[in-house]
Design a protein around this ligand. Structure first.
Ligand SMILES: Cc1cc2nc3c(=O)[nH]c(=O)nc-3n(C[C@H](O)[C@H](O)[C@H](O)COP(=O)(O)O)c2cc1C
Length: 319
């Protein structure tokens, strides 16, 4: 599979997730087989204003490549200028435009999934951004429409392809749904049947190899993007890869869980300050420490911890 001129080794993408897909988590998912990873979404305005926090969210290591930086915004000139600025400063492999965020704070200002109600704006943002970064592919991540009475997959698909977008990820829900109900993978099939010349990446509710099989059967999508399904389970990428290569799935061992907890805390310490390390360790460990004997006790101990050392001690004591 190719996105523009980039060869994608395996059709497995880590979804952009605000507050989650920072460098440590991306590195871990990459290690377990995510072919392409994305940053958390960054505000086009923040990039233009050179907000330090926003710029820090774009930083990545060479081993993360191919990596996409995702931007959101409502003004075509700001979005395209921010894409150019990101390209000039960081040289990512892909710029991705967010047309999927349903959060009112973003959509009220016309950003994220608000573009699903204004295809002219969507087109202008896409066209200008493609022109601003001619050396790398621009992709789009979107939802199926604002609500079920306004599914715009086919119109948006044609228009985005014409605008020079090099791949579309469809989170198969509407904006109104937020995260409720099931993702409707048939909608991804509708997009795939409409848009013939660029890859379509299916997203929404993939939490197992079985889901991978089903979504690809139902939609014939070229690749899949996994979000919540890899929280505490980055091995999902390895499991799907193993299924694709040999049809065999390796069970995650207790040692691997402990090693990954340690590595995650180590990477957090490498990139973040102590307070953030503690908060993010608690967040991620509460996902890793599930489904084995006494896991809820370890989880509680992590939550009670006040220092990084205490958290590391809990991990060291897991039997
Ligand atoms: C905590 C969280 C943060 C998210 N942040 C983003 C984001 O920054 N950009 C984006 O396009 N989607 C974002 N999403 C949506 C996911 O990328 C994905 O489309 C959605 O969760 C459905 O896929 P899943 O069922 O595999 O999680 C976020 C989702 C979650 C749960």
């Amino acid at each position: 599979m190719k996105i523009g001129n980039i060869n994608i080794k395996h059709p497995l993408f880590l979804a952009p997730m605000s507050g989650v897909t920072d460098q440590p988590f991306r590195i871990i998912c990459k290690k377990f087989g995510a072919s392409v990873v994305y940053t958390e979404f960054v505000s086009a305005d923040g990039i233009i204003r050179e907000n330090v926090k926003t710029l820090n969210m774009v930083k990545f290591e060479e081993m993360e490549r191919p990596i996409g930086v995702q931007i959101f915004g409502n003004d075509p000139d700001t979005v395209c200028d921010s894409a150019f600025s990101i390209y000039s400063k960081f040289k990512p492999d892909i710029i991705d435009i967010n047309f999927g965020c349903p959060v009112p704070k973003v959509t009220k200002k016309g950003g994220g999934s608000a573009a699903l109600k204004n295809l002219k704006l969507m087109q202008e943002i896409a066209e200008k951004t493609v022109k601003a970064v001619p050396d790398i592919p621009v992709t789009v991540k979107m939802r199926a429409g604002w609500d079920y009475n306004n599914i715009i997959i086919k119109d948006a698909g044609v228009l985005l392809e014409e605008s020079g977008i090099k791949a579309i990820t469809l989170h198969a829900r509407t904006s109104k749904q937020m995260y409720k109900g099931e993702a409707n993978w048939e909608l991804i099939g509708d997009l795939k049947n409409t848009v013939k010349n660029i890859p379509i990446i299916g997203n929404g509710d993939i939490t197992s190899v079985d889901d991978y099989k089903k979504i690809t059967e139902i939609s014939n999508c070229d690749g899949v993007m996994i979000g919540r399904g890899c929280l505490g389970n980055p091995w999902i990428f390895r499991d799907i890869l193993n299924f694709l290569k040999s049809n065999e799935i390796k069970k995650t061992t207790m040692n691997e869980i402990i090693e990954t907890c340690n590595e995650h805390v180590y990477l957090l310490k490498k990139f973040k300050n102590d307070k953030v390390v503690i908060n993010l360790s608690k967040k991620h460990l509460s996902y890793y420490l599930k489904g084995f004997k006494d896991s809820s006790l370890y989880r509680k101990e992590v939550m009670r911890s006040e220092t990084i050392e205490e958290i590391e001690k809990v991990i060291a004591n897991i039997i």
